[in-house]
Ligand binder design. Structure first.
Ligand code: ATR
Length: 272
């Protein structure tokens, strides 16, 4: 069957090598490829290439994640919670939209950190990615605090999911008592390498920093955490686990996260 990444532009996405590596390893003769679709053509492509016998499922990326909400037949709760679709399943003539970004991110964190249920977790950011992650993190940790540059957005997010909030400018000291710090801001992302949303003096040993950014693979906040003898987890693992969960939806089979990670990392290296 065929699987597509729908985006525009799709460029050199790491998703095709990542999924094809898992298909190959499991001896599945499926094929995953990128399909650049201009926004004005999305509805047409959905009714021709996607609602087709040979189509198994796909991934959705920028700029189609929100538009896809109204183009599917059914929305899984994960897509409703995130307010966006990143995974499609075509089965028995029904097109279903899921979202595995935040669930995959939290799964990556748990795989690396272990049990997060007793942790005090601080989430940096209050944008789209932070909103989706907050909803998944809140029921799984002991305490979740939102810090954001713009206080009103942190307050709105904290109120929506019923958790604590602070302002990243004034309350950075809250970082000191955190077990896990999740960076869901774009600070430190290429080309602003070298920037961190927090002052490194608040980081210390025993903490884990999880940055959802994967370019660069080690952001400044991750380097700062390691310098302070804490641990760090990069966004490539979030990308991998959103793919692992999509793969499970499509095939019912659990792929090797390590195989997908290795393929994604190799593709990123080749890209530069
Ligand atoms: P995404 O969908 O990737 O989450 P977004 O909705 O634009 O993107 O959110 C970007 C996040 O990064 C926001 O939390 C933003 O803070 P504001 O709410 O104050 O805008 C944060 N961010 C971006 N640039 C920042 C900077 N230079 N310093 C601190 N926070 C920044």
């Amino acid at each position: 069957m065929k699987f597509y990444l729908l985006g525009y532009p799709v460029g050199h996405s790491v998703s095709p090598p990542m999924h094809n590596a898992a298909f190959n390893e499991l001896g599945m003769s499926h094929e995953y490829s990128s399909l650049g679709v201009e926004p004005s053509k999305l509805a047409e492509i959905i009714s021709t290439r996607i609602r087709a016998d040979e189509f198994g499922g796909g991934s959705v990326t920028i700029p189609h994640k929100i538009e896809m909400l109204r183009l599917v037949d059914e929305l899984d709760e994960s897509a409703e919670m995130a307010g966006a679709v990143n995974t499609l399943q075509w089965k028995d003539g029904v097109l279903t939209g899921y979202n595995t970004d935040a669930t995959g991110g939290v799964r990556a964190l748990i795989e690396s950190y272990g049990d997060i249920s007793q942790t005090n977790t601080v989430l940096l950011g209050a944008g789209g990615a932070a909103n989706a992650l907050a909803a998944q993190l809140k029921p799984r940790v002991k305490e979740l605090t939102i810090l954001n540059r713009t206080e009103e957005k942190a307050r709105a997010l904290a109120e929506r999911i019923g958790t604590n909030f602070g302002s990243i400018i004034r309350d950075q000291a809250l970082i000191e008592s955190a077990d896990i710090i999740v960076n869901a801001t774009s600070v430190g992302m290429h080309p602003n390498v070298g920037e961190s949303p927090i002052d490194k003096k608040y980081l210390h040993d025993g903490q884990m920093v999880f940055d959802i950014v994967y370019n660069p693979q080690k952001t400044q906040i991750m380097l700062d955490a390691e310098e302070a003898e804490g641990r760090s987890l990069g966004g490539l693992w979030m990308l991998v686990y959103q793919g692992v969960e999509a793969f499970e939806i499509w095939t019912g089979v659990r792929p090797s996260a390590q195989t997908m990670y290795d393929a994604a990392k190799m593709a990123l290296l080749e890209r530069h």
